[in-house]
Design a protein around this ligand. Sequence first.
Ligand SMILES: [Zn+2]
Length: 132
Amino acid sequence: MTDKLEMTDAEWRKKLSPEQYHVLREKGTERAFTGKYEKNKATGEYHCAACGQRLFDSSEKYDSGSGWPSFTAPAEDDAVEAHRDVSHGMVRTEVVCSKCEGHLGHVFPDGPGESGLRYCINSAALDFEPED
Ligand SMILES: [Zn+2]
C-alpha cells in the first residue's frame, strides 16, 4: 500500500509549473508530439512530476507513434491506478499516480507487449532520471 500524498490546491499551484498543474491536477492533455519525453530513448526511470514516485522505466517505453510517451507497463503494479473516464463522450481508462492521484494519461488495450496495454502518458506528468 502506498501512503497517499495530499496537498491543497494552492500548494500544488506553487509546486508545479502551469503546464504540469494543468495536466496533473486538471486532467489536461498536452498536445501530441510536443512533450519533452515523447522521443526520449535514454535509459532511466520516469518519476511522477508531482510527488516523485517512480512510475515507469525506460525498458517499458516504446514508440507508439501516438505523439505521447508510451509504455507497456508501469514500473510496479501499484505505482499507478486506473479509473473509468467517461469525459469527452468517450469511455476510456484514466491512469493516475497511486501516491498523489495526479492525472498521468490513459491506458488503452492496443499495446504491443505481453500485457497488451499501451500506457499513453503526458510528458508534463513525468520527471525523467537518467541512469548513471
Ligand atoms: Zn504522484
